[in-house]
Design a protein around this ligand. Structure first.
Ligand code: 4NP
Length: 147
């Protein structure tokens, strides 16, 4: 799960996918990263931690890291939150196989629409609720698709 800072959207996506994998008994390696180095080693934004806690998911132990080219080898799916993330990650790919692993998370719900999960960082609490709802719905569908 990839976003810009790895402190709001992708940690939430990471927590939601881990929870659903557990619930459906799927053994998945789940991680998240940012395209930037702005927040390396920080825990998620307090507003994201709080929002997730309301839904009984603890993301407070996560630590931000920057996306690394090795991630193209480690993971089968690389989901980005928005078009900016997509461009940055696609620029790092060196093969068609890696390119095909990269997609917008909301394309799980709305194929080929390339819709963004809006960045909640500069907004209000409602932005975090919106991020949670979008990610929860998309990730539920993703789990169904790979069952
Ligand atoms: P995220 O949100 O990409 O969802 O983690 C942001 C976090 C930090 C910044 C921007 C967006 N920032 O500009 O520091």
């Amino acid at each position: 799960m990839v976003c810009l800072g790895n402190i709001c959207r992708s940690p939430m996506a990471h927590g939601i996918l881990e929870e659903k994998a557990k619930k459906w008994n799927k053994q998945l390696i789940v991680d998240s990263a940012g395209t930037t180095n702005f927040h390396i080693d920080e825990k998620p934004d307090e507003r994201a931690i709080k929002k997730m806690r309301n839904y009984n998911i603890d993301i407070s132990k996560q630590k931000a890291r920057q996306f690394h080219k090795n991630d193209f080898e480690t993971f089968d799916y690389i989901f980005v939150m928005d078009a900016n993330n997509y461009e940055n990650i696609i620029h790092m790919t060196k093969s068609e196989i890696h390119k095909r692993k990269v997609d917008f998370i909301l394309n799980v719900l709305y194929p080929q629409q390339n819709m963004s999960v809006p960045d909640p960082y500069y907004g209000e609490d409602s932005g975090f609720e919106n991020v949670y709802q979008l990610l929860d719905t998309a990730i539920e569908k993703f789990i169904e698709n790979i069952k």
